[in-house]
Design a protein around this ligand. Sequence first.
Ligand SMILES: Cc1cc2nc3c(=O)[nH]c(=O)nc-3n(C[C@H](O)[C@H](O)[C@H](O)COP(=O)(O)O)c2cc1C
Length: 211
Amino acid sequence: MAVAALDLMKSRRSVRRFKPDLPGRGLIEKLIEAAVTAPSASNKQPWRFLVVTSRPAVSRMADAVREAVERVSKHVEAGWRDAFRDYGDYFTRFESAPVVIVPLYRGLELLSNMTGPSLPQADRRRIVALEAGSGLVSVSLAIQNLLLMAHSLGLGASAMTGPLIALDKVRAILEVPGSWDVAAVIPVGFPAEEPPPISRKSAEQVTRWIE
Ligand SMILES: Cc1cc2nc3c(=O)[nH]c(=O)nc-3n(C[C@H](O)[C@H](O)[C@H](O)COP(=O)(O)O)c2cc1C
């Protein structure tokens, strides 16, 4: 079982090109079902999932991202501008997906609600940061579940934060309530590409044992 899980993780790739066929609703529901099994801080499950199949909404999001990339590119040093535009090209790779899932999250407000004004500022800052971070970590775990589930079902997907360069417009297009933040944009569909394996740092390279 452990090997099967590792194989699934190792064979998952970010897919950015999709066939036009719309995956059935049951498949998409399975992705969300997998997502919501993720652990979350204090089991608050601080996530919501917008499932966008509206072509006009996806196109408007992509247009907004292109506009933002263009706007920002004017402030990128001349020598970097082309590289930035190439990079920005990856921010709209959700455009051809028949389904775009947009996970939302919100920070926790547990400790900050329990503590009074006498709490030293440094402690308050740390608590605020850990509560905000806990929401994002929780939804990130849910996203990885979703990506792995997609892979296991023969769907392609990719988690993208580049589109958040146009966060204000994305929020407006999707009518995201003010109390929620957008974690990422996840194109989903049947893959029209099979990305080759890509390198990873070895576990040894990124591990420090403190014994
Ligand atoms: C937080 C995060 C943000 C990402 N944003 C984008 C993005 O905006 N556009 C994109 O094409 N890929 C994006 N990716 C996908 C990464 O480029 C990809 O995961 C990485 O190159 C490793 O490739 P793999 O997922 O195929 O293993 C993002 C991945 C993560 C985890």
